[in-house]
Design a protein around this ligand. Structure first.
Ligand code: FES
Length: 112
């Protein structure tokens, strides 16, 4: 397992909020965080097709749909739909005692 920096992105009060897609800026990365009834997902916010912000898209059946050309990406794996040949980076999200955290891999060259 890769070493992670766990960064708090929301207080626990967010658990009672409506489902959403939000852009967040964290550790120099722009992520799209998706809250569904079941869980949170975090993926890169920039669409690999032509750079649209996925946080302006929408979700259906475990996929996020890009608002520009409607390519789809699996929220769990980041894989694009068959035939797209692309993917988005995914990040683990955990609900801890004091909030919701996203895990960002530590760069291997600074692993000490
Ligand atoms: S920019 Fe996302 S599908 Fe084209």
């Amino acid at each position: 397992m890769k070493p992670m920096n766990w960064i708090k992105i929301f207080p626990l009060s967010i658990l009672s909020a409506e489902d959403f897609l939000k852009k967040i800026d964290i550790s120099g990365k722009k992520l799209c965080v998706v809250k569904t009834e079941e869980k949170f997902y975090a993926i890169q916010n920039k669409c690999p097709h032509a750079g649209a912000e996925l946080s302006n898209g929408w979700c259906t059946k475990g996929k996020i749909i890009c608002p520009y050309h409607r390519q789809e990406f699996d929220l769990e794996t980041g894989r694009g739909a068959p035939g797209q040949g692309n993917y988005v980076d995914t990040y683990p999200v955990e609900i801890k005692d004091d909030g919701v955290y996203v895990g960002i891999s530590k760069p291997w060259w600074r692993f000490w």
